[in-house]
Design a protein around this ligand. Structure first.
Ligand code: NAD
Ligand code: ZN
Length: 253
């Protein structure tokens, strides 16, 4: 991890008028939630595009729930890590406008962040595919898959499956945030899942500085990203936040 780039990031954040974070599954790896891609990713066991495809949920919900039940167990026992807490602190201190997250684990909420756009929904909430009655995921028994509602319908988490559209409100809000920021922090995302993966390019074209934080380079690195900080989000973000807290007056000079 480069100390020079950490200080540069702190300075860029302090000098910016509006900072937005785009976060992906890498952000929650240090909370013990497996990402899709990369080492230890769900992809090593299942192909999420096949298991979490909307047609698979409709025609073979038991198959989709094999993946969903694993994710649900991990998500319900996870706690926010120092990366989530740092973003919440940056917002409290007035240095972060919003978080656009692809994550469905709700950990930004748990960490205390307020202005969160959940691009792919939230796995802590579910509803019946027949009667639409909502239910909290923690109340769903995973003993027999797929889980059912009292009415006999199959339950599904309130997340966006492959093949489904992103909710309109999340799209318009994230587009506004992306076009109006002058710094975008791109944290722990593999830049593979569209349309979220197009947001850093839109921000860059609108003049924003793109600071990418990841344990390995992605297709943004060296192209869309202005600079790349190699490291774990749970280590890099607290370092940046500490510098901002302790030296914000010096950073603006
Ligand atoms: P991804 O799984 O495709 O990629 C994860 C990225 O995080 C990789 O680039 C990897 O190098 C990086 N990474 C791993 N550990 C890291 C760490 N400690 N610090 C920083 N970076 C780290 O993730 P994606 O791009 O978000 O796309 C996957 C989709 O799957 C998302 O849209 C999301 O809806 C869903 N998903 C969500 C969760 C969750 O909610 N936590 C988990 C898995 C998948
Ligand atoms: Zn029902």
């Amino acid at each position: 991890m480069s100390d020079e780039l950490i200080t540069r990031a702190a300075r860029d954040i302090v000098k910016a008028k509006k900072v937005v974070a785009l976060t992906g599954a890498g952000m929650s790896v240090e909370s013990d939630i497996a990402p899709f891609r990369g080492k230890g990713g769900i992809w090593e066991k299942y192909d999420p595009v096949e298991y979490a495809y909307i047609d698979t949920l409709r025609t073979n919900p038991a198959k989709t729930w094999i993946l969903l039940s694993e994710m649900q167990r991990e998500i319900l026992k996870a706690q926010p890590n120092p990366g989530h807490l740092s973003l919440a602190e940056l917002e409290r201190l007035g240095f972060l406008s919003s978080i656009i997250t692809q994550n469905v684990d709700g950990l930004h909420h748990e960490a205390g962040s307020k202005n969160i756009i959940e691009f792919h929904g939230n796995h802590r909430q579910a509803y019946c595919m027949e009667c639409r009655k909502p239910i909290k995921s923690e109340e769903i028994s995973l003993e027999t898959l797929p889980p059912h509602c009292d009415c006999g319908g199959v339950l599904r988490p309130d997340v966006v499956f492959f093949g489904e559209a992103i909710p309109h409100e999340a799209l318009t809000q994230s587009d506004q945030e992306t076009r109006s920021c002058d710094v975008m922090l791109v944290v722990g995302t593999s830049a593979e899942v569209q349309p979220a993966a197009s947001l850093p390019g839109v921000a860059r074209s609108s003049g924003a500085t793109i600071i990418e934080i990841n344990i390995e380079p992605t297709s943004f690195t060296g192209y869309t990203s202005t600079y790349f900080i190699k490291g774990k989000s749970g280590e890099v973000l607290p370092k940046i936040t500490d510098i901002i807290k302790n030296q914000s007056a010096n950073l603006t000079s």
